[in-house]
Write a protein that binds this ligand. Structure first.
Ligand code: 3PG
Length: 347
């Protein structure tokens, strides 16, 4: 796979795929974490003389139709505020007006194109669509790690037709999550919670082969216990719960805290209970407190865990926080991700 340092961006018009799938509220960006995460890549490219960037991203799931509530306009505004310069907005990259804007971009300019999922071809992984999108560009940079598990045109097809490389965020994600796939220190502990049993089960099974101990909580633990799914012996389930099964109970919390305090390498994905309700937050709060006070190398990820960490202003307490939800789960489940495979195959 090629990285930014392997490419000469001088004089190049660069197509940059990001994941600006951010929460919006009243037409404004509610959490700009994913926007800030790609700033190092944008700055790196624009440091090289006469380079210019067109950014493409998806937002939400508009199902191949133009839907103003999924417009990236609020993201363009936010990106402009953060970077301190105007971001050119491209309504449609494929019509004449879009082509003119792309061709006339000046040195150091940044444009953001409207939601790429407004085109049905994106999710259909359409080859011609990918070719049409990238033909004005010298280089394609993919910095959307959190979309690499999608076999979509801007993720999996473009690298077949353009010199391509991974951005700095993608590079860091692959480095750090590769460590999590081969924990360099022991005891290694994985703490897995959350609700999506269909995505978490392969993860738990795969981590059980790699980690000394896998502690399971949240809805996923309840469902695995209800379904009497058999796991390896190092997969640990709660002994008690609160209010039926809405949070892990005190006995489980103590047992999990003990295990966490002994860890030298730790990965955390998913809350321990229905943490969005105050009275079922305690399990997650106590496990989080145990994690941040442990001396282990700490990696976290997943939408809900990141939301919780941010609510505690705890991001700097972790060695790495993944921007990937589904992508992190699939990576740690040992799956090949289409967006990474495409970059690896790019010559
Ligand atoms: C995410 O938020 O995990 C990514 O942006 C992928 O979004 P998707 O699940 O709608 O493909």
């Amino acid at each position: 796979m090629k990285y930014l340092k392997d490419i000469d961006f001088k004089n190049k018009r660069v197509l940059l795929r990001t994941d600006f799938n951010v929460p919006l509220e009243n037409g404004k960006v509610k959490d700009d974490w994913r926007i800030r995460a790609v700033l190092p890549t944008i700055k790196y490219i624009l440091k090289q003389p006469k380079s210019k960037i067109v950014i493409i991203s998806h937002l939400g799931r508009p199902e191949g139709k133009i839907d103003p509530k999924f417009s990236l306009r609020p993201v363009a505004k936010k990106l402009g505020e953060i970077i301190g310069r105007k971001i050119v907005f491209i309504e449609d990259m494929l019509n004449n007006e879009g082509n003119d804007i792309i061709r006339s971009l000046g040195e150091g300019e940044i444009a953001l194109a409207e939601n790429i999922r407004f085109y049905p071809e994106e999710e259909k992984d359409d080859e011609n669509f990918a070719i049409n999108l990238c033909h004005h560009f010298g280089v394609f940079v993919n910095d959307a790690f959190s979309a690499t598990h999608r076999a979509h045109a801007t993720v999996a097809q473009i690298p077949r037709f353009k010199p391509s490389c991974a951005g700095l965020l993608m590079e860091k994600e692959i480095d750090e999550l590769s460590k999590a796939l081969k924990p360099p220190k022991r005891p290694s502990i994985a703490v897995i919670g959350g609700a999506k049993i269909e995505t978490k089960l392969p993860l738990i099974e795969s981590l059980a082969d790699i980690y000394d101990v896998v502690l399971v909580g949240g809805r996923v633990a309840v469902e695995a216990q209800e379904k009497k799914i058999a796991f390896k012996q190092n997969v640990v389930f709660p002994d008690d719960y609160i209010d039926g099964t809405l949070d892990i109970g005190p006995k489980t919390t103590e047992k999990y805290k003990m295990a966490i305090s002994a860890a030298s390498f730790l990965v955390w994905n998913g809350p321990m209970g229905k943490f969005e309700e105050e009275k079922y937050r305690k399990g997650t709060e106590e496990i989080y407190a145990a994690i941040i006070s442990s001396d282990a190398y700490k990696i976290a990820g997943g939408g809900e865990s990141v939301e919780f960490i941010n609510s505690q202003n705890g991001a700097d307490k972790f060695d790495f926080i993944s921007s990937g939800g589904g992508a992190m789960l699939e990576f740690l489940s040992g799956k090949k991700l289409p967006g990474i495979v495409a970059l690896e195959n790019n010559l």
